[in-house]
Every structure is written in C-alpha cells, then in structure tokens.
Design a protein. Structure first.
Length: 77
C-alpha cells in the first residue's frame, strides 16, 4: 500500500493495517484451535467408546497437526 492509502485507512479505521492483519491472523488461528479441540475430543470419545480404532484417531490428530503447520507456514511467513 502507498503512504496515502495507509494514511487513509488509519484515518478511517482508527488503527493501522498491520494491526488489522494481526487481528485477522489471530482469529484464523483461534478458530483453527477451537476446531482442533472439537475434532480431537470427538475422535477421543469415539475411540474410548470403540466406535473408531486407534489408527483412525491418530489420523484425525495428524490431519489437525498438518493443517496447523501448513497454515502457520502460509500465514506467518
């Protein structure tokens, strides 16, 4: 963004574009972590009740970790 665009954004919004980017990235990670907790808890309950086996439970955990790593790489690099 040019200096004029940054100044216009800050004048209208009351905060800088960098602050907005930080808030949006934080929101994405917060939603991802909430979804991950829900998915892992649901998988654990299924595993504890013998609805899914240990391999399926580990697949859920690995998918969550992979999504977290990929989003971290894409959003924070």
């Amino acid at each position: 963004m040019s200096a004029d665009q940054v100044a216009a954004f800050q004048a209208n919004a009351g905060y800088s574009p960098d602050t907005m980017a930080t808030v949006l990235i934080s929101a994405v990670f917060a939603v991802l972590l909430l979804w991950g907790v829900w998915a892992l808890r649901t998988a654990y309950v299924g595993w504890a009740e013998h609805s899914i086996n240990q391999r399926q439970f580990l697949a859920v955990a690995i998918r969550f970790v992979a999504m977290y790593v990929v989003l971290t790489f894409l959003l924070l690099s």
